[in-house]
Design a protein around this ligand. Sequence first.
Ligand SMILES: CC(=O)SCCNC(=O)CCNC(=O)[C@H](O)C(C)(C)COP(=O)(O)OP(=O)(O)OC[C@H]1O[C@@H](n2cnc3c(N)ncnc32)[C@H](O)[C@@H]1OP(=O)(O)O
Length: 185
Amino acid sequence: MTDQATEPEAVEPDIPGKPTSASRTTLSHIMTHNDTNLLGTVHGGVIMKLVDDAAGAVAGRHSGGPAVTASMDEMAFLEPVRVGDLVHVKAQVNWTGRTSMEVGVRVLAERWNESDPPTQVGSAYLVFAAVDADGKPRQVPPVIPETDRDRRRYQEAQIRRTHRLARRRAIRELREQRVAEGFHD
Ligand SMILES: CC(=O)SCCNC(=O)CCNC(=O)[C@H](O)C(C)(C)COP(=O)(O)OP(=O)(O)OC[C@H]1O[C@@H](n2cnc3c(N)ncnc32)[C@H](O)[C@@H]1OP(=O)(O)O
C-alpha cells in the first residue's frame, strides 16, 4: 500500500521562459465579397475567425505544440471593415499560467491599394490551453515580457485572469446553492 503521507509531492520540471517577441505574429488578409454580412460590411464572424487563427498560431508557437481555444472575451468591434480592406491581425502572448496563455489581439485595417496608415478596428483577449496528444493540458513556458508595453499588458492580463476566475467561481456557487434549495433550472 502506498503511504500517502510520505510520498514525495510531484514536482514539475522548470521550463525555460520565452520572450514575447519569439511568438508574436501578424496575419494579413484582403476582405472580399465572400466576407460580407447583409449590410455589405465584413461579417464579425469572419473577423473572429481571423482573430482565433492568429491567436492560435501564437499560442502554438509559444507553447511549442498544440493549443486549443478555451475562451474568447472582450471581442470589440471598433469600426466597420469593408470589402477591399487589407486587415492585419496582430497577436502576442500577454500572460502565461501553468497550462494556459492569454493572447491579446489587435485588428487593424487599411485600404488595400492606398498608403494611408491603418486604423484599429477591433481587439480581443483569448485564453488558450496547451494540450498533449490526449487533449490534456500540459505545462507552458513562462512568457518573458520585454518592453514596458509588454509588462503593462502582462499586468492587465493578470487582472482579467483574476476576474475570470472570480466570475466562474461565483456562478458555480450560485448554481450549487440553487440546486441545494431545490431548483432544477
Ligand atoms: C484553435 C481551435 O480552434 S481549438 C477548438 C476550440 N476549442 C476546443 O475545442 C477546446 C475544448 N476544451 C477543452 O479541451 C478543455 O476544456 C480545456 C483543454 C480548454 C481545459 O481542460 P480542463 O480539463 O478544464 O483543464 P483545466 O481546468 O486544468 O484548465 C487548463 C487551463 O486552462 C484554463 N481554462 C480552462 N477553461 C478556461 C476558460 N473557460 N477561461 C479561461 N481559462 C480557462 C485553466 O485556468 C487552466 O489554466 P492554468 O493551468 O494556467 O491555471
